[in-house]
Design a protein around this ligand. Structure first.
Ligand code: BYC
Length: 482
């Protein structure tokens, strides 16, 4: 293992020997003020002068990478940290299988790699922009701290991609790094690159859904890029994945706590019918059918992030050895896939058809299937909470063709259970499947901030455990004495 020492003598902590790489250090130092300006303009609104109990990555060793302390967000040390280099690593798939991994960008794959790194980089600041107003309605200091933790780490993930662009892609890499600070989530003129990253995150249930579903797309894409034959990209993604796990925990656990509180309040009030929505809302909690609608929305938006089911882009990046499959090295096949097929769904003549397609062209579909399997674990946990409360309601993932804007189902109208609908019946019924304006207004009406340590808003249960094993009344954000 090489390169696990972290340097602290530059303004950018790193384990890539930046102090002896003056060209890249200079380029990053030049980029830094623009980043700080962006963070102040488009990062979390308010709370910038307050001490937040954050973990900072200080090295990349398995046990010691996260230290917790009070930090003001703009002073968080956004470092460039790559997982240690594995000696003798070879390219695990595609036409170059078995060859030593590349430490420099191969000329013929330069634009392909740059495109993937730019898309990955673009999502990181986008998510911070989407979440920027949430601090002022946090349901507790614990949740506020988790939001800011996710935000600073997404900021660090942007740094990670910017490092790759600056170090390996010369002047066009520098231009791309600057553009990453210019596009803006939801902007008409210069939106973020992928659909879901231009949606708003107006309330905390949306935030939990986003971190449960969209951060999980992040996990899958990073796992696929971690297989890359371009070793610096692989190492960068491997380290990012260690941080990503907490983001999905925030989402899955957040949704679970919302469900738990709803069930508790229903039982307390003697309401057994989960569809008695008005009565349940009068208790000041979010009814389970509305939570299901939010799941339908965020899952379908996240499925679009995998691209089309049939994709020559995906086939090309795989064959080139640039982007692999989820846990590529654990799969038992030839890792070339030229003679293999994969089952896909296709929408044609208003019908859903099962087909076998060339495996190489179906790689987006395969990663998406792996994502769905991974997501099912959260659904199981949420249903366990409902079951424990003895309430008769089953949360389900909607059918993959429901509410899609990318791929074979983009022109289809399909219900969450997989029935093909006419446009007329979709227009009549979609408010049963997706959150309506009234649903959103109701959720927003609950978003009053709570800032007493150890106290939680009425619509969400307390977590089972504190962060870093802190006690229940720990002051995660020093909001009162800043
Ligand atoms: N929206 O062959 P196709 C994360 C474009 S999240 C808009 O179907 P391909 C995070 C596509 O770009 C993970 N456009 O798909 C989470 C292409 O355009 P061009 C982010 C879309 O290329 C939470 C055209 O349609 N990382 O980290 O095989 C918080 C045809 O493309 C969309 C990555 O995504 C869309 N949804 O796959 C913070 C990894 N989908 O080039 C962070 C890098 C497709 O013809 N990206 N298009 O103009 C990739 O691997 C691939 O670009 C994609 C698309 C998987 C996104």
């Amino acid at each position: 293992m090489l390169n696990s020492q972290v340097e602290y003598d530059t303004i950018i902590p790193n384990n890539v020997s930046l102090s002896s790489d003056r060209r890249v250090l200079k380029a990053l130092e030049k980029w830094h003020p623009g980043y700080i300006d962006w963070w102040k303009d488009l990062g979390p609104v308010g709370f910038q002068d307050m001490l937040v109990y954050l973990r900072t990555a200080i090295n990349v060793d398995k046990d010691g990478w996260a230290t917790f302390d009070y930090v003001k967000m703009p002073e968080y040390r956004w470092g460039i940290l790559l997982a240690p280099q594995k000696e003798g690593r070879t390219i695990p798939f595609g036409d170059h299988i078995g060859e030593p991994v590349w430490q420099e960008v191969p000329g013929e794959y330069r634009s392909m790699l740059r495109r993937l790194i730019v898309i990955q980089g673009d999502t990181e600041p986008a998510s911070i922009e989407q979440q920027r107003f949430l601090g002022s309605t946090a349901p507790s200091l614990y949740d506020m701290r988790n939001l800011f933790q996710v935000n600073v780490e997404e900021g660090r993930h942007l740094w990670a991609m910017v490092y790759l662009l600056q170090k390996y892609f010369g002047s066009d890499g520098r231009e791309e790094a600057n553009e990453l600070l210019k596009r803006q989530s939801g902007s008409e003129d210069a939106p973020r690159m992928l659909g879901a990253f231009n949606e708003s995150t107006p309330d905390w249930l949306s935030f939990f859904m986003f971190t449960a579903f969209t951060d999980r797309d992040g996990k899958m894409q990073l796992e696929a890029l971690a297989q890359s034959g371009f070793d610096p990209l692989s190492r960068t993604c491997r380290f990012m994945l260690t941080e990503e796990a907490h983001h999905m925990f925030v989402g899955e656990n957040g949704v679970r706590r919302v469900i738990k509180k709803t069930c508790e309040m229903m039982n307390k009030a003697g309401i057994s019918d989960p569809f008695d929505i008005d009565k349940i809302r009068q208790l000041g909690v979010i009814d389970l059918p509305t939570i299901q609608k939010k799941i339908n929305l965020h899952y379908s938006l996240s499925l679009d992030l995998f691209g089309s089911e049939i994709s020559t882009n995906a086939a090309n990046t795989y064959t080139a050895g640039v982007k692999g499959r989820f846990w590529e090295t654990k799969i038992k096949d030839d890792h070339i896939l030229k003679n293999d097929t994969y089952p896909i769904l296709e929408f044609a003549d208003q019908k859903i058809i099962n087909k076998q397609a060339p495996a190489l062209l179906s790689l987006n579909m395969r990663l998406r299937d792996d994502y769905t399997k991974d997501t099912a674990v959260s659904i199981k946990r949420w249903n366990r909470t409902i079951e424990e409360a003895k309430i008769n309601f089953d949360i389900k993932l909607p059918f993959e063709g429901f509410n899609r804007k990318i791929g074979t189902f983009m022109s289809a109208h399909i219900s969450p259970s997989g029935d093909v609908l006419t446009e007329g019946s979709w227009n009549k019924e979609s408010n049963k499947y997706l959150p309506t304006k009234d649903d959103n207004l109701f959720i927003e009406s609950l978003m009053t901030p709570v800032s007493e340590p150890g106290v939680y808003a009425d619509w969400i249960a307390a977590p089972d455990l504190g962060i870093d094993n802190k006690p229940g009344d720990f002051e995660y954000v020093k909001i009162h004495d800043s």
